[in-house]
Design a protein around this ligand. Structure first.
Ligand SMILES: C[S@@+](CC[C@H](N)C(=O)[O-])C[C@H]1O[C@@H](n2cnc3c(N)ncnc32)[C@H](O)[C@@H]1O
Length: 270
């Protein structure tokens, strides 16, 4: 996965790189968090349970991400906030923090590379100039896919999630100088649409990663995605590591990849 240059940059994410290398460093927010107030706000997002899943580095001693739990298959985890935040000097609520910092960082680094790989694959297969293309992601969480694309020059990016992450998106946009939009919305598996009249307008490319495993009717959801995608859908679906056959149909020229024990299927379904 990834190109040589990506690895070169990614290997440096624990050093302070200038923001000019932003598109390789977006999840390492240290160059962008320059004021105490900005870090305080980030820590509050952690404490409030908004920032923990996607892998971000906020400061030398503040890092979040689910990488270790995914790698260790949730070993010793008893609650949703276990082992996904390292911030020993901060008030981040009652949670089990990782004891092996090297392992925690390494796993999150690998997880960060997956998001970079996703953005690179989308750029590679998008079939046009990124600056002409519009994107949306349902179940966007803290917006990593979208911020990656915005920093690579996407025309517009909008995320939807059932948690209200609008303040977090505002904070990220201010840090990064982006304009990624957020709409709170609950995808309803019974009626196959968003609740409360929330509309999801058509975009060029719909992104969906690690979401269908949460839905009881994923095929209906895939139809919903495709109905709103003018050019394509990027889908990353978790599948059981024991399965040898892909669960999702994808066209011949598209390649899957293997990362650790887990298979990923990056696909633009056109
Ligand atoms: C496992 S996370 C994946 C996030 C992101 N796509 C990624 O790959 O990093 C699933 C996200 O979907 C959201 N979510 C789950 N079910 C949802 C639903 N029915 N409607 C809206 N959001 C939902 C969760 O809040 C969470 O942010």
């Amino acid at each position: 996965m990834g190109g040589g240059s990506a690895y070169t940059f990614l290997a440096d994410t624990h050093t302070h790189q200038p923001p000019s290398l932003h598109h390789r460093l977006v999840m390492d927010l240290r160059p962008f968090i320059t004021r105490k107030e900005q870090l305080r706000t980030g820590v509050k997002f952690i404490r409030d349970g908004h920032l923990f899943y996607q892998p971000f580095i906020l400061a030398d001693d503040v890092e979040v991400g689910e990488g270790q739990n995914l790698h260790d298959e949730y070993d010793k985890v008893t609650g949703i906030s276990d082992f996904n935040v390292y911030a020993p000097q901060q008030d981040v609520g009652d949670r089990k923090q990782p004891t092996d910092l090297g392992h925690f960082r390494k796993c999150n680094q690998e997880y960060r590379e997956i998001y970079d790989y996703i953005a690179d694959q989308i750029c590679m297969h998008a079939g046009g100039k990124l600056s002409d293309l519009t994107f949306a992601e349902i179940g966007c969480n803290t917006g990593l896919n979208l911020f990656n694309l915005a920093l690579r020059g996407a025309k517009s990016c909008r995320g939807y999630d059932w948690n209200d992450l609008s303040n977090l998106f505002r904070w990220m946009n201010n840090l990064l100088g982006t304009d990624v939009r957020f709409t709170r919305g609950i995808y309803d598996n019974l009626y196959h649409r968003f609740k409360d009249e929330v509309q999801v307008p058509e975009v060029d490319i719909m992104i969906n990663t690690v979401f269908t495993n949460h839905q009881c009717d994923p095929l209906q959801f895939l139809a919903f995605l495709c109905d709103r995608a003018r050019k394509g859908v990027f889908l990353w679906a978790l599948i059981h590591p024991g399965l040898s056959d892909p669960c999702v149909v994808y066209t011949a020229e598209m390649r899957g990849g293997y990362i650790g024990k887990r298979q990923i299927i990056p696909s633009i379904l056109q």
